[in-house]
Design a protein around this ligand. Structure first.
Ligand SMILES: [Zn+2]
Length: 251
């Protein structure tokens, strides 16, 4: 029965991933995510129920549209697979708790943020707004979580706003708002850890891209994927990382 339970958790995550694919495809184009129903972007034919089954639909169609045979991006099953695995990992770590639900909601937002920012260099306001709306109810868990989340909300946005002013446009408005959403979900302590990881990863990867000549100094590098990476690491391993660090410093 245990295997069935984990299969159910995975399928739930993969189905959320399937919805996230719609968001990733439609939000940058300012299209509705509810209407029209899923269709092939090439021939516009509406997809059947079986074609829409996460991962399985893609395998069944061998990566091609049933009608016009145009290729379906591997990004679709990849997002479904990754989201499914995230759900299994979090439920295994945190059980069926409010904290698990909070982390699942947060990471489900970060998946489209990462891909949309990587592809289009924008973090849509819609996603950040949904993040605030979905993040606020979790502050009701306790007074401590509420204070930490509110401080995190202002600290995250404020800090990135200062960096944006100093670096004169190195940081976009979407990044600033995302840092606020991160603070709301993570609380100020894990927010700072997430930002530390994001800036370290950005410096290392950015440095490598510059040295290898893949990117030039003037090229904009989307910062959203680094923020999301920092947030994911902090949400999943933050507790362990912070206590190891305090042990190491003998604090
Ligand atoms: Zn087609």
């Amino acid at each position: 029965m245990l295997i069935l339970w984990w299969a159910l958790v995975f399928i739930t995550g993969a189905s959320v991933g399937s919805f996230l694919n719609v968001c990733i495809y439609r939000i940058p184009k300012d299209e509705s995510i509810a209407f029209p129903p899923s269709h092939c972007p090439e021939c516009m034919k509406r997809l059947g129920v079986i074609d829409l089954i996460p991962i399985f639909g893609y395998i069944l169609l061998r990566g091609k549209c049933r009608y016009c045979l145009s290729r379906i991006s591997w990004q679709y099953p990849a997002v479904e697979l990754v989201t499914g695995l995230i759900y299994v990992f979090i439920v295994a770590r945190l059980g069926l708790t409010i904290a698990a639900l909070q982390t699942l909601v947060f990471l489900s937002l970060l998946v489209p943020v990462t891909i949309i920012d990587y592809k289009h260099s924008i973090i849509p306001d819609k996603i950040n707004a949904v993040g605030v709306i979905l993040g606020l109810p979790f502050l009701l868990q306790s007074r401590e979580i509420a204070y930490s989340g509110i401080i995190g909300f202002f600290a995250g946005g404020g800090l990135l706003l200062i960096i944006a002013v100093i670096s004169r446009g190195g940081m976009g408005g979407g990044d600033i708002k995302l840092a606020s959403v991160m603070g709301l979900f993570l609380g100020w302590k894990y927010l700072f850890l997430a930002l530390f990881i994001a800036f370290s990863a950005g410096a290392v990867v950015g440095g490598v891209l510059l040295m290898t000549g893949i990117k030039k100094r003037k090229d904009p590098i989307p910062f959203g994927p680094y923020l999301a990476t920092g947030a994911i690491v902090s949400a999943l391993f933050g507790q362990t990382l912070i206590s190891r660090y305090l042990d190491f410093m003998h604090l």
